[in-house]
Design a protein around this ligand. Structure first.
Ligand SMILES: Cc1ncc(COP(=O)(O)O)c(C=O)c1O
Length: 396
């Protein structure tokens, strides 16, 4: 019999639809995938070259478990220059991607029964990681009318004296919404008054559109900084998902504990990938803007098109590469004689009949929604939306 805790973990639904789509593709079926959680661009050339150099120069051995000093210094310089945050390298832990960084955070923070507030809709991994670390994920219900952003009033309803931390993800996967400075200040005040840690997942900070800008919640006050664990990485900004480099910046005692945990569970993140991340952070940044601009063009096209389709509506994404689409008006209706009970049915029937893969919102705690990624070519977007239009047109 396997561990009860392990058996209670749900497989990632974003990965499930993705593997079905990939399996169909491998059988030669022309599937359009809107499931991707990663940029479709190659890692920029100067970063790849830095990695090749690193191999040839022999950077192939263990590094300090929490990352090399040169990379940690590049991270603290980035946090200062871009986020206005002062950290020293000892407060940074470099991990195998932001996901691993989050895993370290929950292992370091949680005692059995500690509660973690997670605004809904949420990235699928947060509640699972909390559970794996003996914590209790507590959903914070938000409203579409407030663009799914948690307010202090929303948090108050979920808060109990067992609450240890809040997960904050702005820009948000899956909603694509971004908290304003004022909204973040309210959240910081709420957490500081109650002494709740803020796990600020800022992995999409560079993918912002229109007049949106990024504010790090740790910057509001010394108290906010003490309570915040900044989680970030190079995966999404630099098209480096496969390299697996993420990091945290936090209070020094917490950083020490996380470094120690990591030294026993994983040792250092890949030495060559650390050199590549160094090149990403220290090198030219125009590649980031080029990718952002391409996402922006696709975002506008996709949003306009979806708005014109029957039964579907969406909030305009302010950041990330996701469009979060309400299928609520289709639920309860039928498609070719089959009743749509929720977004799972919607996604399954869409994949089976029109060969378009989308992610149902169930795993995000939002069963009336689907998530479409625009991290795919404009040609795919045009064709995929045409097919979704055909599908939606047959729902009645
Ligand atoms: C909100 C959010 N945080 C963290 C991650 C994980 O990033 P990484 O690939 O660096 O582990 C993802 C990836 O999908 C994400 O969407």
């Amino acid at each position: 019999m396997l561990s009860k805790k392990a058996l209670s973990i749900n497989p990632s639904p974003t990965m499930a639809i993705d593997s079905k789509a990939k399996e169909m593709k491998s059988r030669g079926i022309d599937v359009i995938g809107f499931g991707a959680g990663e940029p479709d661009f190659d890692t920029p050339l100067h970063i790849r070259e830095a990695a090749i150099r690193a191999i040839n120069e022999g950077h192939t051995r263990y590094t300090p478990a929490a990352g090399t000093l040169e990379l940690k210094e590049a991270i603290t310089d980035k946090l200062k220059a871009e986020n206005g945050l002062e950290y020293n390298p000892a407060e940074v832990v470099v991990s195998n991607g932001a996901k691993h960084a989050l895993s370290n955070v929950f292992t370091a923070l949680l005692n059995p029964g500690d509660e973690v507030m997670i605004p809904v809709p949420y990235w699928v991994t947060y509640p699972e990681l909390v559970s794996l670390n003996d914590g209790i994920p507590v959903p914070v219900e938000t409203s579409e009318s407030n663009h799914f952003k948690a307010t202090p009033a929303d948090m108050e309803k979920a808060y109990t004296d067992k609450c240890k931390a809040l997960v904050l993800n702005s820009p948000s996967n899956p909603t694509g919404q971004v908290c304003s400075k004022e909204e973040l200040k309210d959240i910081a005040d709420f957490c500081c008054e109650r002494g709740i840690y803020i796990i600020a997942d800022e992995i999409y900070e560079k993918l912002l559109y229109g007049s949106n800008s990024h504010t790090s919640i740790a910057g509001f006050s010394e108290r906010a900084k003490e309570l915040t664990i900044v989680v970030n990485g190079v995966s999404k900004s630099f098209a480096m998902t496969g390299w697996r480099i993420g990091y945290t910046a936090s209070a020094p005692d917490l950083a020490r504990v996380m470094a120690s945990i990591q030294s026993h569970t994983a040792s250092n993140p890949n030495s060559v990938a650390q050199k590549a991340a160094l090149a990403a952070l220290r090198g030219p940044q125009d590649c980031v803007e080029e990718m952002r601009a391409a996402f922006d063009e696709r975002r506008r096209y996709m949003f306009d098109q979806v708005q014109s389709l029957p039964h579907l509506s969406a909030l305009e994404p302010q950041g990330t590469f996701y469009l979060f689409v309400s299928v609520a008006k289709a639920i309860g209706k039928t498609y070719r004689g089959q009743k749509l009970f929720g977004s799972d049915d919607f996604a399954t029937l869409l994949l089976d009949s029109e060969k378009v893969a989308v992610v149902p919102g169930t795993g995000f705690g939002a069963p009336d929604y689907i998530r479409l990624s625009f991290a795919t070519s404009m040609d795919n977007i045009i064709e995929g939306l045409k097919r979704i239009g055909t599908f939606a047109g047959e729902i009645d």
